[in-house]
Design a protein. Structure first.
Ligand code: ADP
Ligand code: MG
Length: 582
C-alpha cells in the first residue's frame, strides 16, 4: 500500500525533485531524468541507463562516479519517452559516445531505440545492451527475449567501470554484453504492489501463496506454490540458478560468483539475511567461491513483497572491473577520490534543439501536422461520448485523457513544424507530448503507436505507403508487447490489430495509401463496434466487466474514429484539386 502522495499524476515528478534535492552531491536534474553533477573526463563513454520509476534505487540512484552518467526516469512503471531518453543522453554525453543499458521491456526498447536513432542521425555514436537476466521470462534458446530484473546492476556496473577505465564505446559494449551473458536471476513474489492513488494492487498473489518467476511490474509468474520456509526458498533459488550455468563457465566447482539477493520493496532485510544464510551454505557446498555478496534492495517493484537471487559468474576481466570504486546516491563500493563539479550551464536546454528535416520530409511533416490536428478535432467532437463509454466499466476519463493528449501532441507538432522539423521529428515530438500529458493507459499506448510510426517516416525524403504501413505494424506490436492485451480482451487492440493487418495487406497488394487506409479504417470501425459483445480482461475495466457487456470499448472506439478521420484527411489532401493547387 502506498500512503503518501499529493496528486497521483505528479508523483513521479515530485519524487525526482526530492531525490535530486537530497542528492545534489551526485546528480542534477535535466529534462527527462538526471545526470551526474560531477565532471567526467572529456571523451569518456557516457553510460545512460533508465526505465520507469518505482524501482528505486534503479535507475536514478545508480548515477555517479564508477557507475552511470545519466538515468532517464519515466513515469511509474512506464518507459521514459523517446524525448526523455534523448535529452538525458545529450546532457550525459562527454564526446565519447553514448552506451545505453536497461532492462529488456518492449516499451523501453521502443523509446531507447528511437532516441538512439535520433542521436546517431546527428552524428553521436551509440550502442545498446539490454539486460536479459530473468531466466523464467523465456527459455534459454530465446535468451534475447528475457526481461531484465536485478541483474541490471551487474551489467550497469561493468559498463560504468569499463567507461571509467577509458575503454572506448565498442569495448564498453563488448564487456557489458559479456557481463549480461554471465548474469542470471530468478525471482518470487508474495504480494502485488499498489501505485499512488490506485484503489487496487496492480496484481495480487493469493494470501499465503508465492508466485514464481514474477516480473518487476507484475508480469505473470510461471507457477504458484505455497510460501516455503526461508531455507526452502534459498534451496529453490539456488537450484534453479545452478541448473542454468552460463556458457563459458567451465566448472561450477571453483567458479567465482557474486550473489545478489534483491528485495523487491517490502521484504525485510532481516528476512533476506535468513534466506541468504542458507544461500551462502548451498553455494559453498557446490564448491563456488563467493565474491562480494550483496543483500539489499537494488531493483524494487514499488511496494511489492518478494525477492530475487542473481548470480554473476566472474572471470578475471569482470572481476577486476568489479573492483572499480563506485559512489552513487544508493550504491557505494570502495573509495572514490573527491570529484570536481560539472559545468551545468553547458548542457542546459538540450531538449529544445530541433534538427531540420530535408525539403521532402518537411512537406510530409505538414501532412503529419494536419493529421494530428484532425485527431485533436475528432477527439473534441466525441469527448463526452468517450467519457460516458469509459464510465460504464472504467473511470470515465477516456475522453478528457485523449483530449489532453491529442492537444499536447498538436502543440508539439506545431512547434516542430515551425522549427523546420521533418516528418519523423514532428510525429515523435507529438507522440512524446501525448504520452507525457494524457495520463492513463491509453495515453501511453498512443505514445507507443505514434512513436513507432514516426521512426519509419524518417527526416529525409518522402515516406511511401510501405513505410507508413510498417510503422503502423510496429506500433501495433509495441502496443501488444507493452500492454499485454490480446485480440478479444476488449481493448483498443481489438481495433488496432484488424486495422494493421488490413492496411498491410492492401499496401502489399499495391493499393495507394489513401485507399488502403480507408479500407483498414472500415475494418477498425467494424471491430470496435463488435467489442460491445466482449467481456473486458485487461485494464481498469476488468474489475467491473459485466457492466460493460452491450457497450463497446472506449479505447477501441476512439481509435476507430481517429483512423477514419485521418483516412478522410489523407483522401482530401491527395485529391487532384488539392494537388493542382500545391
Ligand atoms: P485508463 O484506463 O488508465 O483510465 P483511458 O481511460 O484513457 O485510461 O483508456 C482506457 C482504454 O485503454 C480502454 O478502453 C482500452 O481500450 C485501453 N486499454 C486499457 N488497458 C489496455 C491494455 N493493457 N492494452 C491495450 N489497451 C488497453
Ligand atoms: Mg479511463
Amino acid at each position: 500500500m502506498t500512503r503518501l502522495w499529493n496528486e497521483p499524476a505528479d508523483f513521479a515528478d515530485e519524487m525526482i525533485d526530492g531525490f535530486v534535492a537530497a542528492n545534489g552531491r551526485y546528480v542534477r536534474r535535466v529534462p527527462g531524468g538526471v545526470v551526474r553533477s560531477t565532471a567526467s573526463p572529456a571523451g569518456q563513454v557516457a553510460v545512460v541507463i533508465g526505465g520507469g520509476s518505482g524501482h528505486y534505487p534503479a535507475f536514478g540512484g545508480l548515477v555517479g562516479p564508477g557507475l552511470a552518467h545519466g538515468a532517464a526516469m519515466g513515469n511509474l512503471f512506464a518507459s521514459p519517452s523517446t524525448q526523455q531518453v534523448f535529452s538525458v543522453a545529450k546532457a550525459a554525453d562527454n564526446g565519447g559516445g553514448v552506451f545505453f543499458s536497461y532492462g529488456n521491456y518492449a516499451g523501453d526498447v521502443l523509446n531507447f531505440d528511437a532516441a538512439q536513432e535520433r542521436l546517431r542521425a546527428e552524428g553521436t555514436a551509440c550502442e545498446t545492451v539490454t539486460v536479459t537476466d530473468d531466466i523464467f521470462s523465456a527459455t534459454v534458446d530465446e535468451k534475447h527475449k528475457r526481461r531484465g530484473i536485478a541483474g541490471d546492476l551487474t551489467v550497469f556496473r561493468i559498463a560504468g567501470a569499463a567507461a571509467a577505465s577509458g575503454a572506448d564505446l565498442a569495448e564498453v559494449t563488448r564487456l557489458a554484453q559479456h557481463a549480461n551473458e554471465r548474469t542470471r536471476s530468478f525471482g518470487v513474489a508474495f504480494t502485488g504492489c499498489t501505485l499512488p492513488g490506485a484503489d487496487d494492487p496492480l496484481f495480487t498473489v493469493p494470501e499465503g501463496r508465492m508466485a514464481i518467476g514474477l516480473g518487476i511490474h507484475g508480469e505473470p509468474g510461471i507457477d504458484e506454490t505455497g510460501i516455503p520456509t526461508a531455507d526452502g526458498l534459498a534451496e529453490l533459488l539456488v537450484e534453479k540458478l545452478l541448473a542454468e550455468v552460463p556458457d563459458g563457465v567451465d566448472a561450477v566447482r571453483g567458479a567465482r560468483v557474486v550473489p545478489i539477493l534483491n528485495g523487491l520493496g517490502s521484504l525485510k532485510y532481516e528476512e533476506m539475511f535468513v534466506v541468504y544464510r542458507r544461500i551462502a551454505q548451498l553455494l559453498a557446498d557446490a564448491g563456488i567461491d563467493i565474491v562480494d555478496p550483496h543483500v539489499g534492495e537494488y531493483c524494487t517493484s514499488f511496494d511489492m513483497a518478494g525477492t530475487s537471487l542473481t548470480l554473476f559468474w566472474l572471470d578475471d576481466v569482470l572481476e577486476s572491473l568489479w573492483e572499480t570504486p563506485v559512489d552513487t546516491p544508493a550504491y557505494r563500493r570502495g573509495s572514490v577520490a573527491p570529484q570536481e563539479r560539472s559545468d551545468a550551464a553547458a548542457t542546459a536546454d538540450v531538449a529544445d534543439v530541433i534538427e531540420p528535416g530535408d525539403e521532402a520530409s518537411r512537406a510530409a511533416a505538414a501532412t503529419v501536422l494536419a493529421a494530428v490536428r484532425t485527431i485533436a478535432e475528432t477527439v473534441d467532437a466525441h469527448v463526452g461520448e468517450l467519457g460516458r463509454l469509459d464510465a460504464i466499466a472504467g473511470d470515465g476519463d477516456h475522453g478528457i485523457g485523449m483530449q489532453r493528449g491529442s492537444h499536447a501532441a498538436l502543440a508539439a507538432a506545431e512547434t516542430a513544424v515551425d522549427a523546420g522539423a521533418g516528418a519523423r521529428t514532428t510525429l515523435a515530438r507529438a507522440a512524446d507530448a501525448w504520452a507525457d500529458k494524457a495520463g492513463g493507459t491509453s495515453g501511453a499506448l498512443w505514445g507507443v503507436i505514434l512513436n513507432a510510426i514516426a521512426a519509419k517516416l524518417g527526416d529525409e525524403g518522402s515516406p511511401d505507403a510501405a513505410a507508413v504501413a510498417a510503422g503502423v505494424a510496429a506500433g501495433s506490436r509495441g502496443v501488444t508487447d507493452y500492454g499485454k492485451a490480446e485480440v478479444g480482451d476488449k481493448t483498443l487492440v481489438d481495433a488496432l490489430v484488424p486495422f494493421t493487418s488490413t492496411l498491410t495487406q492492401a499496401v502489399d497488394a499495391g493499393a495507394r495509401l489513401t485507399d488502403a487506409w480507408r479500407t483498414a479504417a472500415d475494418a477498425a470501425t467494424r471491430a470496435a463496434d463488435a467489442t460491445a459483445d466482449l467481456l473486458p480482461r485487461m485494464g481498469r475495466a476488468r474489475a467491473h466487466g459485466q457492466n460493460s457487456v452491450g457497450t463497446p470499448d472506449p479505447g477501441a472506439i476512439s481509435l476507430a474514429l481517429i483512423v477514419t478521420a485521418v483516412g478522410e484527411l489523407l483522401t482530401a489532401r491527395k485529391s487532384p484539386k488539392e494537388n493542382a493547387h500545391a
